[in-house]
Design a protein. Structure first.
Length: 150
């Protein structure tokens, strides 16, 4: 369990998420925000698939990167902005189902660098889930950088 440095972390995370045009483009929504944990969901959309009808790996990575980034952001000071430094994704199964759910959670939160893990699950019509991808990411707190706001 982690404790947020900013008592208004949930509003800050939700406000930042609302400014992400990429999340709007793919119809992703922020479902859960807790200290060190974030869940983002996205409905299956044919226009986001690759040639076999699976959600494209780039889209899977996009929602998982945001889930991990916002999990890290939830623990940062109020004056911090957030940027991904790197991530590694393992694609484990075809991303097909009624919806995808990306869960990001903090493993270690530091002053500047935070390490997160994440998983994406695909849900079918019966709400049965299968794991689609895992990610390990390194997220950076950014302070006082022009063009990068919290």
């Amino acid at each position: 369990m982690f404790e947020a440095q900013d008592s208004h972390f949930e509003k800050r995370v939700r406000d930042s998420f609302a400014r992400q045009e990429a999340m709007k483009t793919i119809n992703a929504s922020l479902e859960k925000v807790a200290a060190g944990e974030v869940t983002i969901t996205m409905p299956y959309q044919r226009n986001l698939t690759q040639q076999h009808g699976f959600i494209h790996a780039g889209i899977v990575a996009t929602i998982l990167d945001s889930a991990c980034g916002y999990a890290a952001f939830s623990l940062m000071p109020a004056n911090a902005a957030v940027l991904t430094v790197e991530y590694k994704i393992n694609l484990l199964a075809a991303a097909i189902g009624k919806k995808l759910s990306a869960y990001g959670h903090v493993i270690r939160s530091g002053r500047t660098i935070t390490v997160c893990n994440g998983e994406v699950f695909a849900y079918d019509d019966k709400q049965d889930k299968k794991i689609v991808a895992t990610m390990q990411s390194t997220i950076m707190a950014v302070f006082d950088r022009e063009g990068v706001e919290s």
